[in-house]
Write a protein that binds this ligand. Structure first.
Ligand code: HEC
Length: 505
């Protein structure tokens, strides 16, 4: 009777090693706390940005079920690039075994267990990257009303630099985490933005041009360098000793996107700048595909469309290395992918998000620069789901959605930051990118002339300062009145919602 049980016991002992045991209960102190402290507490702690803490047994016990739901759905920890499509700094995925451990713990009745949990790591207080070399704050707070359309506003932050500096990182502290959605940084060396600042009685100025004098253009291809910041973004130094020049006397322009939160708030952003005295050995080059956030990519998504696709591609004229990647889109986007195909070779996926989330617009830094040979084709594909099956769809029932500036309109592009392998090739790389962007925009507009109207409608809607759905005389800039009259079909001096929509048809 004894002998047959022997091998069985051995088998049980062997499998216990891999399954963390059928006998031993999963406890907080021994199994759960190490996972939470490492993967959740960086955000789920006081001041960490998440809405509640997950530091203690009591915290975790109360959130047990939602933790299991959020981790199984891979909604938490927020990390969207799919494994196997590029390898990035700071990856924060849970393993299947870790997710199973959380689930087991809740199923076992959430025991605390004997002993003590490991000590919580020391989180950097305040600035994530350490003490900045320069801290600047928007000179005045901007009032954000409780409701109404999204606000795009340019803010001027004087840096008062007495000499040129090289900046390696900018850390953002939102005045109000609820309303600040994202910022794209610009530089103004001409004082043009200062002159427009506050002319309408509020801090900053309107318009998507970001202030004349901020070279590189706002909708252009080169968001190289500082790029921007978005909700959930973790600050990072540029890789490989790269840095962006801030000329003496330059102003920093924040092109901020503010999203009314349901309660009146003020936004007064603070920024920490990190400098280096060593000029970089390489020029950073940005490649945005499709250019201009998909302005001419024909984004016009029928209500109910489950898989609407846009694409663009660029072929490298020189050897280059890919350093970072990040996408931008609004709510309907579902997937983003970058494939690279060397001349005569097979395509390889170097970036893939299969579950895009508007709230987590990150820039991802490759753990090792991705070397790409001259002649390599870089292809970007984005897909959108405008059906009611998309839980992020802002409209129920779904509506036709076009390219535009409101977050309920759509956009879409992926921006890759790279360097030419040989520094002397970087000018050639930049010129090739500019010319590809121009021809992509030109052919896009020729193919989708209606996209221009769509974006015009979106710009007109943004004139609606008081959010009543109509554009009255006082809201129409002087230079636009002549054109506005043409669309005012009932001649009452205002553009109502129906008249605005009619422009885009
Ligand atoms: C990078 C920051 C960050 C990390 C890391 C993180 N969270 Fe979150 N978490 C958030 C934020 C912010 C929210 C609020 C919802 C949102 O903005 O999407 C949230 C929300 C949640 C929620 C509420 C979800 C709901 O349905 O309301 C749960 C549960 C949660 N997190 C669990 C976890 C767990 C468990 C981990 C670790 C395994 C984790 N989070 C890691 C930032 C983070």
């Amino acid at each position: 009777m004894r002998s047959p049980r022997f091998p069985l016991a051995l088998f049980a002992a062997a499998s216990a090693v891999t399954t963390a045991s059928a006998q031993q209960p999963v406890t907080f102190n021994q199994h759960v706390a190490p996972i939470l402290l490492r993967s959740c507490a960086p955000c789920h702690r006081p001041g960490g940005g998440a809405p509640f803490s997950l530091l203690t047994f009591e915290d975790a016990r109360r959130r047990g079920k939602t933790m299991v739901r959020a981790t199984k759905a891979r909604f938490m920890p927020p990390w969207h690039p799919v494994e196997g499509h590029g390898s990035f700094v700071g990856e924060r995925r849970l393993t299947a075994a870790e997710i199973a451990t959380l689930e087991r713990w809740v199923a076992d009745g959430r025991p605390e267990g004997p002993g003590q949990p490991p000590a919580a790591p020391k989180f950097p207080e305040g600035w994530q990257l350490g003490k900045p070399d320069l801290v600047v704050t928007m000179p005045k707070a901007f009032p954000v009303p409780a409701s109404g359309p999204d606000i795009y506003r340019n803010f001027v932050v004087p840096l008062n630099l007495d000499r040129d500096r090289w900046v390696t990182a900018i850390e953002v502290r939102a005045g109000s985490r609820q309303v600040l959605h994202h910022i794209i940084f610009g530089i103004d060396t001409q004082g043009a933005a200062r002159r427009r600042d506050g002319q309408d009685g509020k801090p900053g100025f309107d318009g998507m041009d970001g202030g004349a004098g901020s070279r590189g253009g706002n909708l252009g291809t080169s968001t190289a360098g500082l790029g921007g910041w978005a909700v959930g973004g973790q600050p990072q130094h540029l890789p490989m000793g790269l840095a962006r020049k801030l000329p003496k006397g330059a102003d920093l322009i924040l092109r901020s996107h503010l999203h009314p939160s349901g309660k009146a708030e003020f936004e007064q952003t603070t920024l920490g700048l990190y400098f280096t005295d060593t000029p970089p050995a390489h020029t950073m080059v940005g490649l945005q595909l499709p250019p201009a956030f998909g302005f001419a990519a024909g984004i016009d998504i029928p209500a109910g469309a489950k898989q609407f696709t846009i694409r663009d591609a660029f072929t490298l004229p020189v050897d280059a290395s890919l350093l970072t990647v990040g996408g931008h889109a609004h709510y309907l986007c579902r997937t983003m992918q970058v494939k690279v195909t060397p001349p005569g070779g097979e395509p390889r996926s170097v970036f893939y998000i299969d579950n895009w989330a508007f709230n987590w617009q990150n820039r991802y830094q490759y753990r090792e620069p991705v070397a790409l040979r001259r002649g390599t084709k870089i292809e970007v594909t984005l897909t959108y789901d405008n059906s009611k099956d998309n839980p992020a769809n802002p409209f129920d029932p779904p509506r036709r959605v076009r390219w535009g500036l409101q977050s309920t309109d759509e956009m879409g592009s992926v921006t890759l930051l790279m360097i030419a392998r040989r520094e002397r090739d970087s000018g050639r790389l930049e010129r090739a990118i500019r010319s590809a962007a121009r021809s992509s925009l030109r052919s896009g507009v020729a193919e989708h002339p209606e996209s221009l109207l769509g974006s015009l409608v979106s710009r007109i809607k943004m004139l609606d300062k008081n959010g009543d759905g109509k554009i009255d005389q006082s809201e129409i800039p002087a230079g636009w009145r002549r054109y506005a009259r043409r669309f005012d079909t009932n001649g009452d001096g205002t553009l109502d919602a129906a008249e605005i929509e009619a422009i885009g048809r």
